[in-house]
Design a protein around this ligand. Structure first.
Ligand code: ADP
Ligand code: MG
Length: 287
């Protein structure tokens, strides 16, 4: 596309609560992009919190459900991340997210008492996944795949583009970036990391090919009340928006799913814990 810009094509659409844009090069780019978009929309139907037909909704409103194999696999990965991150990544924050008003948009600050009660319903150790059947062990429990779904979707979008003959593409699902191959001229993609304190500036640039670059931060989604701001990434230990001292955390690795889950988790951990996690798990960050 560098040689012939008319051959680079893009699609933009809004799903999973975020603006997505996919750009691909090559002869079949148009059809490939449509297939990748359809794939992401299919995944949104499985993982949506609010769609009454989604696997996640069925679980949350029936105390469990027989899941599609793909949803079960993502829940299994999420439980693995819960264990790996010492509970920092926890899809059972659902009742807490709900109490804070993040699903309805009717924001409020739950009292200490309410948070304590809801914390008893959190903890991925309380999920029972047998085969593809997920059971919640306590009434009021629920799951929220919002911390990992976009990363998984970016992996699937890249695979779909590749299956359709695309060798160079840039996938942006909100803050979740996935690169397929290098740029058409063979040089790495240059991904700017936004400066969390200044929307018009960037904190740095990473050069990558076939890699995900995912950032989690408290500045993306938040509400303000009584001159305080409350963001959407909860510390599962307290039920409060994580206040680890970090403004954002960016993960670069091959798997978009892992990058997404870990960016959420390492943001919760804070700098010191996040750095020691990174050192202890260098194998996960293969760049
Ligand atoms: P974004 O979705 O804005 O890119 P994240 O990937 O960090 O950001 O995901 C945040 C979302 O993950 C929240 O909106 C909520 O759905 C869910 N979530 C919040 N706290 C946690 C947590 N500690 N572990 C796992 N998921 C979480
Ligand atoms: Mg995440």
């Amino acid at each position: 596309c560098e040689a012939n810009p008319s051959k680079s094509q893009s699609v933009e659409f809004f799903t999973m609560d975020t603006l997505m844009s996919l750009t691909a090069c090559g002869k079949n780019a148009g059809a490939a992009l449509r297939a990748a978009q359809a794939e992401i929309i299919r995944l949104d139907r499985l993982f949506s919190i609010s769609n009454p037909e989604s696997d996640v909704y069925l679980v949350n409103h029936n105390g469990g459900a027989a899941l599609c194999a793909e949803t079960a696999a993502l829940v299994r990965e999420s439980i693995g991340l819960y264990e790996l991150t010492d509970g920092a990544f926890d899809i059972t924050v659902y009742p807490l997210m709900d109490a804070w008003g993040f699903y309805s948009g009717e924001y409020r600050v739950p009292s200490d008492e309410e948070r304590a009660r809801l914390l008893a319903l959190a903890g991925s150790g309380k999920l029972a996944l047998e085969g593809d059947a997920l059971a919640l062990s306590l009434p009021g429990m629920g799951i929220d795949l919002g911390g990992i779904a976009k990363g998984y979707a970016s992996d699937r979008a890249a695979e779909t583009l590749a299956e359709n003959g695309v060798t160079s593409a840039l996938i942006s699902l909100g803050g979740n970036i996935m690169t397929l191959g290098a740029r058409p001229d063979g040089t790495p993609w240059r991904i700017a990391i936004r400066d969390p304190l200044d929307e018009s500036a960037y904190a740095g640039i990473v050069r990558v090919a076939n890699m995900a670059v995912v950032t989690s931060g408290g500045y993306e989604r938040y509400f303000e009340l009584d001159a305080r701001s409350y963001h959407h990434i909860l510390d599962p230990a307290t039920g409060m928006p994580a206040q680890s001292g970090l403004i954002s955390a960016t993960i670069v690795c091959e798997s978009g799913m892992l990058a997404d889950g870990l960016s959420t988790a390492l943001f919760v951990m804070g700098e010191e814990k996040a750095l020691s996690f990174w050192r202890a798990h260098a194998d996960l960050f293969d760049f």
